[in-house]
Design a protein around this ligand. Structure first.
Ligand code: NAD
Length: 264
């Protein structure tokens, strides 16, 4: 067991099951001695998260629906009561009505747009503001993004627009919180088969396309996003803020289809 996160405490939000990106990051942090409080959405997920948390020695497991400012305040107040100050926060949360994760982006209704932006972008701002008030200098805030923020991906639609806003929010908050010694970053992960991803139309095709056309000619492993998360939360990335770090087998640098890739 390493000691990179020894003496550090933080909150991991967004574990749904053992395939969640949040869980991969939590495992990497726990393996380095970090102490983690988990938050989940709804009692059904709470039943899944509690044993996972217990498996890495965490007993602080709390509900938090991030669409509510009161819920966010309640959850962080409970953690503050238990621990006082914290050192890191992972926001691995996104949501859009899957009815609109297919077809044309231009057809997204106002209500679906606002909800996607609320859950997938604003919630990070609300969480960061509440958490920052109880974070030690040197602390790190991390969210998860996807290349659909920068380029048009089939079916990603309103989530792409939400991720673009999320990445811009990372930069603005990095500027806001820098003077408190806090860092704000995002990891832009390549496609991974998770619960959230299953809502995206033709996701299997996207996985194959990335596998064939990324420079590494494979998809990323959950543990690789976990490792990058550990880097972003630890002192190893002490000089890094406002960054969107791609962990995608290099797919984001590619301009054209790999000419030797098989047909999908
Ligand atoms: P996941 O389904 O395991 O995690 C998504 C989480 O968001 C779930 O735990 C869910 O409960 C939570 N959530 C949704 N609405 C919420 C709300 N109102 N309040 C609290 N929690 C809420 O899937 P994942 O792929 O691990 O997703 C984590 C993050 O990674 C998301 O932001 C996603 O967009 C991003 N991401 C995923 C991929 C991928 O291919 N899987 C790629 C890049 C980025």
């Amino acid at each position: 067991k390493g000691t990179l996160m020894q003496g550090k405490r933080g909150v991991v939000m967004g574990v749904a099951n053992d395939r969640s990106i949040a869980w991969a990051i939590a495992q990497a942090v726990a393996a380095q001695g970090g102490e983690i409080a988990f938050t989940y959405q709804g009692e059904a997920l709470g039943k899944r998260v509690t044993p996972l948390a217990a498996s890495i020695g965490s007993t602080l497991v709390l509900p938090c629906d991030v669409s509510s400012d009161e819920a966010i305040d309640e959850t962080f107040s409970a953690i503050e009561k238990e621990w006082g100050r914290i050192d890191f926060v992972v926001h691995a949360i996104g949501w859009a009505d899957k009815q609109y994760l297919r077809g044309r982006f231009a057809d997204t209704p106002r209500e679906a747009f606002l909800t996607a932006l609320d859950i997938s972008c604003y919630s990070f701002v609300a969480v960061a503001r509440r958490a920052a008030a109880m974070m030690n200098p040197g602390g790190s805030l991390l969210t998860l993004s996807y290349l659909g923020a920068e380029r048009v991906m089939p079916h990603y639609n309103v989530m792409g627009v939400a991720k673009a806003a999320l990445e811009a929010s990372v930069r603005y908050m990095a500027a806001d919180f820098g003077r408190d010694g806090l860092r704000v970053n995002a990891i832009s992960a390549g496609p991974i088969k998770t619960l959230a991803a299953s809502g995206i139309g033709d996701f299997r095709y996207i996985l194959k396309w990335n596998q064939y056309n990324a420079p590494l000619e494979r998809n990323v492993a959950l543990s690789e996003v976990g490792g990058a998360g550990l880097y972003m939360l630890s002192e190893l990335s002490g000089g890094v803020t406002g960054e969107v770090h791609h962990v995608d087998s290099g797919y984001h640098i590619v301009g054209m289809k790999n000419p030797t890739a098989p047909d999908i």
